[in-house]
Design a protein around this ligand. Structure first.
Ligand SMILES: [Zn+2]
Length: 298
């Protein structure tokens, strides 16, 4: 999400510059200077990223291959190096290397896209807060539901897999678990063009079978650090905002669980602002490693 902004801002500057020139407000030479600066910035970003990702690549093929490769913007996103990974001990988001900001939180919205998911995405987009929407196949059946998911994805949000029916995986056969997980990834890809990178089991009940299927699918699974919006006493925006910000469970890298609910939609802005006041920044899911969870670490 942030990477996209670094590309969009210079482009919008360029458009703004042209507009000024046409209106006769800015002299021509200022316009030209701006264009040159913008082009240099874009090239630097792409060069750096490509070098980091593939230092041993033969540089002699660079020029010929560039023409057939995706646009600069797509390429920059593709080679984004992960800065965080999911810590399976407590499901927090942990920096991979020293020096990466630690006082962050990951915001997740489960059981989406139901009645409030799109509104929540729009609110978060306005606040410039990235998040993962963990979606259920039961909410993706109609064309209207598909369009809602497409809009959430187009606002820049990560779409995660949360099974079709939200059943307890431990009560299902291997074939049923496979259906619950893979068909949702298929449906998400059909709608957004991208297969999900993250999986969250209903009720956090991961099974040996589901872990194997999730690994086969190349996804990382995660539970959460804390959440409250399903408890009766927190089903109003002010109580929910207060507990989400002031809970003793708030730690560096906390993985926050919320749901597609009316009171949560109302509480989002207060939660985000309260966490910012405490010095916590939202982490962009684009920066989280999504390679299959390693059993050996458990
Ligand atoms: Zn759920």
């Amino acid at each position: 999400m942030k990477k996209q902004w670094t590309m969009l801002v210079p482009l919008s500057m360029l458009v703004g510059g042209c507009g000024l020139s046409e209106a006769g407000i800015a002299p021509e030479y200022e316009d030209i200077t701006e264009e040159v600066v913008v082009e240099e910035e874009v090239e630097e970003v792409v060069d750096e990223e490509v070098k980091e990702e593939s230092p041993k690549e033969d540089t002699t093929t660079d020029e010929s291959s560039q023409e057939t490769e995706p646009t600069d913007q797509e390429k920059t996103i593709e080679v984004q190096k992960p800065l965080y990974r999911i810590n399976e001990a407590n499901w927090t988001v942990a920096p991979i290397e020293e020096g990466t900001p630690e006082q962050v939180y990951l915001l997740t919205i489960d059981d989406a896209p139901d009645k409030h998911g799109l509104q929540m995405a729009q609110t978060l987009h306005e606040l410039d807060v990235p998040a993962i929407f963990f979606v259920n196949g039961r909410f993706l059946r109609s064309e209207e539901q598909a369009q809602t998911l497409k809009q959430i994805h187009e606002l820049g949000f990560e779409i995660g897999n949360h099974t079709i029916s939200h059943a307890s995986l431990q009560d299902l056969s291997e074939a049923e678990q496979r259906e619950e997980i893979i068909s949702v990834s298929d449906r998400i890809e059909e709608i957004t063009g991208e297969r999900p990178r993250f999986f969250r089991a209903p009720f956090g009940q991961n099974t040996d079978v589901s872990k194997a299927i999730v690994a086969e699918e190349g996804m990382t699974y995660m539970n959460w650090t804390y959440g409250y919006d399903w408890e009766a006493e927190y089903q109003n925006a002010s109580a929910l905002t207060d507990i989400m910000v002031n809970t003793p469970l708030l730690t560096n890298g906390a993985n926050l669980l919320t749901h597609d609910r009316a009171w949560t939609a109302k509480a989002l802005q207060g939660i985000v602002e309260g966490l910012a006041t405490k010095g916590f920044a939202p982490v962009d899911p684009d920066l989280i490693d999504s390679s299959p969870t390693e059993e050996a670490e458990r």
